[in-house]
Design a protein around this ligand. Structure first.
Ligand SMILES: Nc1ncnc2c1ncn2[C@@H]1O[C@H](COP(=O)(O)OP(=O)(O)OP(=O)(O)O)[C@@H](O)[C@H]1O
Ligand SMILES: [Mg+2]
Length: 187
């Protein structure tokens, strides 16, 4: 459903991606690990079509819908969590609220703008937004960053439930998050 063929990218004379190829199949889960600066976010940006590779090509199935949790939250700070999500989702208010609450956002925070949220709360709003958008492929760039262990575990379980039968590409530095995921190798 999505194929990268021989992707290369250089920034300021530094080769970041060198002939990366991969094929993402429908319903499979993939993970991408690698040192800071190894080109993981660059690769996701190229797969999403937000950045052009210097050479190589990305082929997407016609009409393929993509969703993402970026490395930064990219929320509209003056809006509520639900309003942020409604910008990209056809989910109804009740469904949005249900997911936010299940991700551990306190009900008293729901009327507040996300500028009042903690870092970990914002991360979960970014995650809820990505999960409630319509998509075939979901890109997750360190989605559980800033969550305490217990919250992380419950959030991961919710993500597994929502992404059942979907294609996912997860970037993480944590091996415990990649069980059952097919590793992609950067080169
Ligand atoms: N727009 C840009 N202009 C110049 N250099 C860039 C740009 N984007 C990324 N780079 C460089 O490319 C390299 C790879 O960056 P990238 O963000 O893809 O790494 P990463 O694997 O996601 O790292 P991290 O784990 O820290 O998020 C880094 O050396 C970075 O400085
Ligand atoms: Mg990155």
């Amino acid at each position: 459903m999505l194929e990268a063929l021989n992707i290369s990218k250089t920034f300021d004379g530094q080769k970041v991606l060198n002939g990366f190829s991969a094929r993402l199949e429908k319903g499979r889960k993939y993970c991408l690990m690698g040192a800071s600066g190894s080109g993981k976010t660059t690769l996701i940006n190229i797969l999403l079509g937000l950045l052009k590779p210097d050479s190589g090509a990305v082929h997407r199935a016609p009409g393929l819908k993509m969703s993402a949790v970026f490395q930064e939250d990219r929320l509209l700070e003056q809006m509520t969590a639900a309003a942020n999500i409604a910008l990209v989702s056809t989910a109804g208010g009740a469904e949005i609220e249900k997911l936010l609450l299940s991700l551990g956002i306190p009900s008293e925070s729901l009327p507040q703008p996300v500028s009042a949220y903690s870092g970990g709360m914002k991360r979960r709003v970014a995650l809820a937004r990505a999960l409630l958008a319509e998509y075939d492929v979901l890109f997750l760039d360190e989605p559980y960053k800033g969550l305490d262990e217990e919250t992380r575990r419950s959030v991961i379980a919710i993500v597994q439930k929502y992404t059942k039968d979907k294609t996912v590409l997860l970037i993480t530095h944590d091996k415990t998050e990649t069980e059952g995921y097919i590793p992609l190798v950067l080169k």
